[in-house]
Design a binder for this molecule. Structure first.
Ligand code: AMP
Ligand code: MN
Ligand code: MN
Length: 326
């Protein structure tokens, strides 16, 4: 296991980052690590460099200090990439490349581990769970957890485990969560406001995407796409689309849900979720993306229909291998 204190020994500046389009796990883990390192190494400059998080996370301590642009070409002694590989860090990649030392903390099965030292646990529900493990590995680190830090780790865990509902939730996840909620933060409010609440725009665009979804492979696959024109019509941004793929997966009989949105001319972002036997990480990796067995994504170029056909080919291949192609 990676020892955060040891790896950062002698460092006077530490940068923390995660993937572009940061989700709750990425936001929770980067800020929890920030809060932890500020306590562990008070002599150190500690920064989070990340794309601007969605406003429902505004209550998290440190969120107002995130560096959201690339204006300061600072060279950090240690740069820590969480919930991602360095290649997916967007504007923060310039900091990653310049840093004197690179650490990587993740739970993506598609990440073999990067940098000078890394800890990747594909069995963990979230990068936040991995971070908790690293903190819990030493009593002196564990003693630094307070209500604020517990809450921030908790945010990461609930977002990637669907509030401890997805199959990545283990008995260990629940034990960690039990420890975390014992710090006494208002967890029902947190779940409501960061996980379930939708703005009117988000609800509208989700409704539209579900309305236009079409079944493939006899209903085992549900596909929907939102183009730029539709996003502009509703005034929706990419962060407003994150709940759609789960809605598609909830439809009875669906094994694989595919949600696609246009990011540029002939350029699409693909989100995939599966229910029980298709490994969507494998499909995503085939097209240059990554993720987990039940939740993965990638970016693809070309015509929308060609993209859907190419994805179907990989899914059918797996169904044949699994004997589920009847
Ligand atoms: P999403 O569908 O964007 O919510 O992503 C589902 C999961 O796959 C998340 O754990 C993402 O971090 C991961 N993922 C999505 N897109 C990519 C990508 N292009 N490369 C690697 N991992 C990805
Ligand atoms: Mn993530
Ligand atoms: Mn994650």
């Amino acid at each position: 296991m990676l020892d955060l204190g040891k790896e950062c020994q002698g460092a006077l500046s530490i940068g923390i980052t995660g993937h572009t389009n940061p989700d709750g796990d990425c936001i929770g883990t980067t800020l929890a690590l920030w809060q932890f390192l500020k306590k562990l190494k008070p002599e150190c400059r500690v920064d989070v460099i990340l794309e601007k998080p969605a406003p429902e996370f505004d209550f998290i301590q440190g969120i107002d200090q995130i560096i959201t642009d690339d204006q300061v070409p600072f060279v950090y002694d240690v740069m820590i990439v969480v919930d991602s590989v360095p290649e997916r860090c967007g504007h923060a990649n310039t900091y990653v490349m310049r840093a004197k030392k690179l650490l990587n903390i993740d739970h993506h099965i598609s990440n073999p581990g990067c940098g000078d030292a890394y800890y990747v646990d594909p069995k963990a529900s979230s990068a936040a769970e991995v971070l908790y493990d690293l903190i819990a590995s030493r009593q002196e680190y564990l003693d630094l957890i307070d209500k604020e830090l517990a809450q921030t780790i908790y945010v990461g865990i609930i977002h990637d485990s669907g509030v401890m509902q997805y199959s990545n939730t283990s008995p260990k996840t629940l034990r960690i969560v039990a420890d975390l909620i014992s710090y006494g933060f208002d967890f029902p409010k947190l779940i409501e406001e960061t996980f379930y609440e939708r703005t009117y725009i988000q609800s509208q665009i989700t409704g539209r995407a579900v309305l236009e979804a079409f079944p493939m492979l006899g209903g085992k696959c549900m596909v929907s796409m939102v183009d730029r024109k539709t996003m502009d019509f509703y005034g929706a941004e990419k962060k407003d689309l994150s709940g759609i793929v789960n809605e598609l997966r909830n439809i009875k009989g669906v094994e694989v849900a595919i949600f696609i949105y246009e990011v540029g001319t002939q350029e699409y972002k693909i989100s995939m979720r599966s229910r029980s036997y298709i490994d969507v990480a494998k499909v995503a990796v085939f097209f240059g993306g990554g993720g987990h067995v039940r939740a993965a994504g990638c970016n693809m170029n070309g015509n929308f229909y060609d993209i859907v056909n190419n994805l179907m080919e990989q899914i059918v291949l797996q169904m044949e291998q699994n004997g589920q192609d009847e």
